[in-house]
Design a protein around this ligand. Structure first.
Ligand code: HEM
Length: 197
């Protein structure tokens, strides 16, 4: 599949950009209007975490979709989608630091050490940071082959993201299981693609 360069740059890319911004607008509007239920701050932290994970998986879905639809242009959306994942994860972290702990660093440090799901989430954000920083054209050129290796970190990061959610949930694990299955399919497709060549 191929759409004209014009349509791709003028319609598809900006539409996806606007679409991925909608959850942030929804939560900002919800806080402003006080329409997020009894515990709006928890709703914001959780919602941003959900979108961080969803967009992370969407980033991972781009290559398989490109192969499935034989649509090479899709790859050019990957950087934008990946940066959106980082955007939501950082907002999620910021929400935690602010609304859950009011930037009490000592308390935050103990929480990171004591609650394994927080530890795992923190490791995921720390690992995601160099990927966001090196996403520019200049960095891709400068790092050469190392860039590809570095960006393979996206696989363990996604696993940590799912694990973070799984360990957070106390009773009903349906949602993290759904994310885990989607992740398994996305990673499985890569393995299959690699070994079937
Ligand atoms: C790649 C990194 C991360 C991803 C993908 C992620 C994703 C998620 C998801 C999907 C949830 C569940 C939301 C729901 O209940 O529907 C969640 C909850 C949460 N996450 Fe993260 N997260 C990440 C990093 C972090 C970090 C670094 C922290 C803090 C240091 C953190 C703190 C929390 C907290 C406090 C909750 C809610 C727990 C509760 O309300 O009981 N997350 N996260």
């Amino acid at each position: 599949m191929k759409i004209s360069e014009n349509k791709f740059s003028r319609i598809l890319r900006p539409s996806l950009f606007a679409l991925l911004l909608l959850p942030a607008i929804y939560y900002a509007w919800g806080v402003w209007q006080d329409s997020l239920g009894a515990n709006p701050l928890e709703a914001v932290i959780r919602g941003l975490g959900d979108w961080g994970l969803r967009v992370l998986l969407l980033t991972l879905a781009i290559s398989p979709l490109r192969r499935l639809f034989n649509w090479p242009q899709l790859l050019r959306l990957r950087r934008m989608v990946g940066l959106y994942a980082y955007f939501y994860v950082v907002l999620h972290l910021f929400g935690y630091l602010w609304f859950d702990h009011f930037f009490d660093w000592e308390e935050i440090w103990f929480d990171i050490l004591e609650r394994p799901f927080i530890t795992v989430g923190m490791v995921a954000v720390i690992l995601l940071t160099p990927l966001a920083v090196t996403s520019t054209n200049g960095m891709i050129k400068r790092l050469g082959k190392k860039w590809k290796k570095l960006h393979m970190l996206i696989y363990p990061i996604s696993m940590l993201g799912v694990l973070h959610f799984w360990w957070m949930v106390k009773l009903d694990i349906t949602e993290p299981v759904i994310y885990a299955v989607i992740l398994a399919i996305l990673l499985g497709e890569r393995l299959f693609n690699k070994f079937s060549k």
